[in-house]
Design a protein around this ligand. Structure first.
Ligand code: AMP
Length: 293
């Protein structure tokens, strides 16, 4: 890796956790002056293997790796789980150290959103379908925080997961529309052994709910098989998925959609680059998953 200023910085101060915007900016600036490439992984913490896959990709491709841990209030509506969202900073720090992350940016909400804050960043069409229907303010909350983090960290490369397929497309659009000098990398969904997509929210599931939660992955696999076997009719596939999930206890379907993976518009007939995406409540936990076919 060669000599990296930030490593010396860490050695000197043994400090990996940065809370203040001014402080991280100073470190970013010094690394920029030394032409170091910065890889950035934005997260809400409670890290799991999905996050770690992004961190590893960033570590492999950049001289400096910065992970942000920020449970972003702007993307939660008042009736959602902001307060209960799982947090474990000590464990996250230890994972980041193991993965040789250079810096963790863990800002205070008051500094990200001071009282007088009023700017909006909105990717107006892509935010509407899928998760946007039941969570109308969700993606505006994401784009504002991601834009702010990009401005603070000035990453050369950013890493997002395909698990949040709509989010990844929206951030990609925002990067292009606002000319952020950063390259977007979208990495595959990391799953538990049995197929359940990893998510910080899986922690909420009871043992029985956990069994039902597997119906998301299983029904997507079933859809994929149907498509591979020549089924082209979206409605037929969606109703099979619906039936499969409805049969499992604790489940309540938010949406099952088949869309083009560009504009996220519903397609009647399966073509290439089609996304089968779903959101399902399992008990009090809303889970999402998708497969690209
Ligand atoms: P979160 O902490 O849930 O906001 O997620 C932070 C980043 O990790 C986002 O880019 C997610 O898409 C990504 N991510 C979350 N879960 C997974 C997973 N199971 N596989 C791959 N990436 C994931």
């Amino acid at each position: 890796m060669g000599k990296i200023w930030v490593s010396n910085y860490q050695k000197m101060s043994k400090k990996i956790l940065i809370e203040e915007i001014g402080e991280i900016r100073k470190i970013v600036k010094q690394n920029k002056q030394r032409n170091k490439s910065i890889g950035f992984v934005p997260t809400m913490g409670f890290l799991h293997q999905g996050h770690i896959s992004l961190i590893r990709a960033a570590r492999a491709e950049n001289q400096i790796v910065i992970v942000s841990i920020f449970v972003n209030p702007a993307q939660f509506s008042p009736d959602e789980d902001f307060e209960e969202y799982p947090r474990n900073l000590e464990r996250d720090i230890s994972i980041c150290k193991d993965e040789k992350v250079d810096l963790i940016f863990n800002p205070k909400s008051e500094e990200i959103y001071p009282k007088e804050f009023e700017t909006k960043v909105s990717v107006s069409e892509l935010k509407k379908p899928l998760c946007g229907i039941s969570r109308p303010n969700f993606f505006d909350g994401i784009t504002i925080v991601v834009a702010k983090l990009f401005n603070i960290i000035e990453p050369n490369n950013v890493y997002f997961g395909q698990k949040d397929a709509q989010q990844a497309l929206i951030v990609k659009r925002m990067i292009e529309d606002l000319n952020f000098p950063t390259r977007m990398h979208i990495l595959p969904i990391v799953r538990e052994r049995d197929g359940l997509a990893m998510s910080s929210r899986n922690k909420y599931l009871s043992d029985n709910e956990r069994k039902s939660a597997l119906s998301l992955y299983k029904s997507l696999q079933m859809a994929k098989k149907m498509i591979e076997n020549g089924e082209k009719n979206s409605n037929i596939i969606k109703s099979k998925i619906r039936k499969f999930i409805k049969n499992m206890p604790f489940t309540k379907i938010d949406y099952i959609e088949i869309v083009d993976y560009e504009k996220l518009q519903s397609v009647q007939e399966i073509r290439s680059n089609t996304l089968v995406a779903l959101a399902v409540w399992v008990g009090k936990t809303r889970l999402i998953d998708n497969v690209l076919v």
